[in-house]
Design a protein around this ligand. Structure first.
Ligand code: ATP
Ligand code: MG
Length: 246
């Protein structure tokens, strides 16, 4: 399964969520690919303390092959394609969006088959932009990670409208939800799905331990019994359930 994580505002928790979900899946016995497509503000290399040489950007510029840009994590079945920060977006390395899509899909299909991956998770750049929409159109299972912030909810409406025009129906997940807002969030989620055709895929509550890691630790490794790690497991169960009922 290819799953991408998007958001309107930055900092909603995509990079940590994608990284933790990838590590949870590896622990559960899956072979997992993790791709940082946030070329304007990549973070996966920092979260995993990778010493990178070539990255996705070098590949797109024609200066690296697939094997040059894949980093295996400590003998685990986690294969990471990191990114470098660049002012360009994913489309600018191709003639047009269609060619960019073709080139990237071919790369990810090759990644999947060569490393025998069960899943590929894509961390995308925040905002309404070509890079994020390109990946959304490629994965078949897109999740918009939103907070209860009004700016973020309004922006999520905007992204969902664009997705609808592309015939994509993304899921929506609330992250960093305060414990006392659980009931309110249910109403907001129902509202979003009714009005904008987004499919709710639950919430992840604000977790102090997670907030305190400052992207220096992988929660499911460092604190496997934490509330955040438990929620990542439940989140995966919801994804699997949604996929099978599609
Ligand atoms: N459920 C949570 N509870 C508390 N803090 C969280 C939670 N999820 C993420 N965070 C914190 O939010 C911060 C931003 O997370 P992260 O970098 O993963 O967001 P992002 O969406 O990838 O940001 P960007 O859009 O800038 O790439 C991190 O410091 C992280 O620890
Ligand atoms: Mg990020």
């Amino acid at each position: 399964m290819w799953i991408s994580f998007h958001s309107y505002k930055g900092g909603t928790g995509k990079t940590n969520m994608t990284g933790n979900l990838a590590c949870y899946l590896v622990k559960a016995g899956h072979r997992v690919g993790l791709v940082d497509t946030d070329v304007s503000g990549p973070g996966i290399h920092a979260l995993f303390s990778l010493k990178t040489d070539k990255t996705l950007v070098d590949y797109l510029q024609g200066g690296a092959s697939l094997s040059d840009i894949v980093y295996r994590r400590e003998k685990e079945n986690l294969y990471i394609i990191p990114s470098d920060a660049t002012e360009e977006d994913l489309v600018s390395y191709a003639k047009d969006p269609a060619q960019a899509k073709e080139k990237l899909s071919a790369l990810f299909r090759e990644f999947e088959s060569r490393y025998k991956l069960d899943h590929i998770l894509f961390d995308c750049s925040p905002g309404l932009n070509r890079s994020s929409l390109l990946i959304m159109g490629m994965t078949g299972f897109s999740i918009i990670v939103c907070t209860l912030d009004k700016q973020d909810i309004r922006g999520t409406y905007v992204i969902s409208g664009v997705a609808r025009k592309m015939n994509i129906k993304p899921y929506i997940l609330f992250n960093k939800l305060p414990h006392d807002k659980f009931e309110v969030s249910k109403e907001t989620l129902e509202d979003l799905s009714r009005k904008f055709g987004l499919m709710p895929i639950g919430v992840i509550l604000h977790d102090e331990a997670m907030a305190g890691t400052w992207s220096r630790k992988i929660m499911v490794h460092a604190y496997p019994n934490s509330e955040y790690s438990r929620q990542i497991k439940e989140f995966w169960e919801r994804i699997s359930h949604s996929k099978s009922s599609l």
